[in-house]
Design a protein around this ligand. Structure first.
Ligand code: HEM
Length: 405
C-alpha cells in the first residue's frame, strides 16, 4: 500500500508531469483507492485493457457525484443540469442504447470517407500556415492545432463558415471545464451548454426537415429512425464538435513538443515525412496522450489483483498516461521513438467505446506534421516550459508560441 502518495491529482507537479506520479502508482499500488477524488485509479496496461473490455462490469453511465475539488454549494442544482445533458452523449450510454446510437456516427466516419476528406484537410492546413507565414509568427495551439480540427469538424457538419471563429473562441472552451477543479466550474459548463444548445437547435431543426450528406444530417436521420431524441441530436452534435477539436489540437501540440525536444527524431521525420508519418503519429499518441484518464462505474463487486475489491457503484478512473508507459508492454517506455512498432497504445480507448474519430484524427495529424516539417523545418519553441491546463482528464498546453526563422 502506498502511504506517502499525495492523492490530489491537481497539484502542479502532477499536472506538469503525470508520468512520474502514475509510474509510482503503477509500481507500488496498481489498483489504488484515491480517497480525495473518491475513485479507484487503475494504472497497469493489462488491468486497463481488461477493464475496458468488460463493459458489463464497468458502466459508462457515471453520475457526477461528489467531486474533488468540491463544487460550490450554491451550484449543486447546476450540477443536475450538467448531469442530464452529459447523459445524452453516446459515450455515456451502455449497450444496447450505446450500440444503436454509435452505429449511425461510426458508419459515417469510415476510413474511405476520411481518405476522401484528405484534400480538404490539406487545403485547410495550407490556408492556416499561409496566414501564419504572412504574420511571421504564430501561437501553434490557437492559430493552428486547435483551429484545424475545428474547421474540419465544422466542414463535416456543414456549419456556416462565418461561425467557426465564434465557436472556437466563445463556445467550445467552456465545455472543457468538465474536468477542471475550479469551484465555480458548473457555472462555466452550464453557460457553455446553454450557448451551444442555442446555437445548434435551429441548425438541427433545419437538418431534420431537410437532411443532406453532412455529419449533422446523420444525427438528424437518427432522430427519424428513433435512435436519438431531439435533445440527444443536439447533445451529440456538441459532443462531436468538442471531442473532435480539443483532443486533436492537443495531439498536434504535444506531438510537436515531443519532436522539438527530441531533435534527432524531428530530423528523421523531416527526411521523409510521408513515409514516417504512419508510425510517428502512433508514437505521438502514446508518448503524450491528449486524454490522460477515463472514468467508469462498477456495476458489481469486482475482485481485482492484490486482494483489492472494487465495490458496486464505485467510480474507477483508468489511466491512459500510465498504461501507455507500462514497461511490461512497451520496451523503453519513456523514450520517444517515431519508429516504434508494434505500438498498441490505448490513447483512443479500446473495446466498444473505441474512439469513432480515430481515423479522422490520424489523417488530420499526419497532414499537420507533414506540413510543419516541409514548411517550417527550423521550427522552434519560444517558451521552453509549456504550462498545462489544470485538468485530470486532458493533457492540454496553454498556448504554444513558436518561431521558424
Ligand atoms: C487525438 C484525438 C482523440 C483522442 C485522443 C480521443 C480519445 C478518445 C477516447 C480515449 C475515447 C474512449 C472513451 C471511453 O472509453 O469512455 C474516445 C471516444 C470517442 N471519441 Fe475520441 N478522441 C480523439 C478524437 C476524436 C474525434 C476527432 C472525434 C469526432 C469526430 C471523436 C469522437 C469520439 C466519440 C463520439 C467517442 C465515443 C465513442 C463511443 O462511446 O462509442 N474523438 N475518444
Amino acid at each position: 500500500m502506498v502511504t506517502t502518495m499525495n492523492d490530489d491529482l491537481f497539484v502542479p507537479d502532477v499536472i506538469r508531469d503525470p508520468y512520474t506520479y502514475f509510474a509510482r502508482l503503477r509500481e507500488e499500488d496498481p489498483i489504488h483507492w484515491n480517497g480525495k477524488h473518491g475513485t479507484w485509479i487503475v494504472t497497469r496496461y493489462d488491468d486497463v485493457l481488461w477493464l475496458v473490455r468488460h463493459p458489463e462490469l464497468f458502466s459508462n453511465r457515471v453520475p457526477q457525484r461528489e467531486q474533488y475539488p468540491p463544487i460550490d454549494e450554491s451550484d449543486l442544482d447546476l450540477q443536475q443540469i450538467v448531469n442530464r445533458f452529459f447523459f445524452d452523449f453516446l459515450v455515456y450510454q451502455d449497450p444496447p442504447k450505446h450500440t444503436e446510437m454509435r452505429k449511425q456516427v461510426h458508419a459515417y466516419l469510415t476510413p474511405k470517407a476520411m481518405e476522401r476528406l484528405r484534400p480538404s484537410i490539406q487545403s485547410i492546413i495550407e490556408d492556416l500556415l499561409d496566414k501564419a507565414e504572412a504574420k511571421g509568427r504564430m501561437d501553434l495551439q490557437q492559430d493552428f492545432a486547435m483551429a484545424l480540427p475545428l474547421l474540419v469538424i465544422a466542414h463535416l457538419m456543414g456549419l456556416p463558415n462565418q461561425d467557426r471563429k465564434f465557436i472556437q473562441e466563445q463556445l467550445a472552451p467552456k465545455l472543457l471545464y468538465m474536468s477542471r477543479g475550479e469551484g465555480n466550474r458548473m457555472q462555466m459548463l452550464c453557460q457553455g451548454i446553454r450557448e451551444l444548445r442555442a446555437y445548434f437547435a435551429p441548425i438541427v431543426a433545419e437538418r431534420v426537415a431537410n437532411p443532406g450528406e453532412d455529419l449533422l444530417s446523420v444525427l438528424a436521420r437518427g432522430e427519424k429512425s428513433g435512435a436519438y431524441t431531439r435533445d440527444q441530436v443536439v447533445a451529440n452534435a456538441i459532443l462531436l464538435l468538442v471531442a473532435g477539436y480539443n483532443t486533436t489540437g492537443d495531439l498536434i501540440c504535444n506531438g510537436t513538443l515531443a519532436f522539438l525536444r527530441h531533435p534527432e527524431q524531428w530530423e528523421a521525420f523531416k527526411r521523409d515525412p510521408t513515409q514516417a508519418s504512419r508510425l510517428a503519429i502512433e508514437e505521438c499518441l502514446r508518448y503524450d496522450s491528449p486524454q490522460k484518464t477515463v472514468t467508469r462505474m462498477a456495476t458489481d463487486d469486482i475482485q481485482m489483483r492484490d486482494g483489492k475489491v472494487i465495490r458496486k457503484l464505485d467510480r474507477v478512473r483508468w489511466v491512459i498516461a500510465s498504461a501507455n508507459r507500462d514497461p511490461e508492454q512497451f520496451p523503453e517506455p519513456n523514450a520517444f521513438d517515431i519508429k516504434r512498432n508494434p505500438n498498441a497504445h490505448l490513447s483512443f480507448g479500446a473495446g466498444i467505446h473505441y474512439c469513432v474519430g480515430a481515423t479522422l484524427t490520424r489523417v488530420e495529424s499526419a497532414e499537420a506534421f507533414k506540413a510543419l516539417a516541409v514548411r517550417f523545418p527550423n521550427l522552434r519553441l519560444e517558451e521552453e516550459q509549456p504550462k498545462y491546463q489544470p485538468s485530470v482528464s486532458f493533457r492540454t498546453i496553454n498556448g504554444m508560441p513558436v518561431a521558424w526563422k
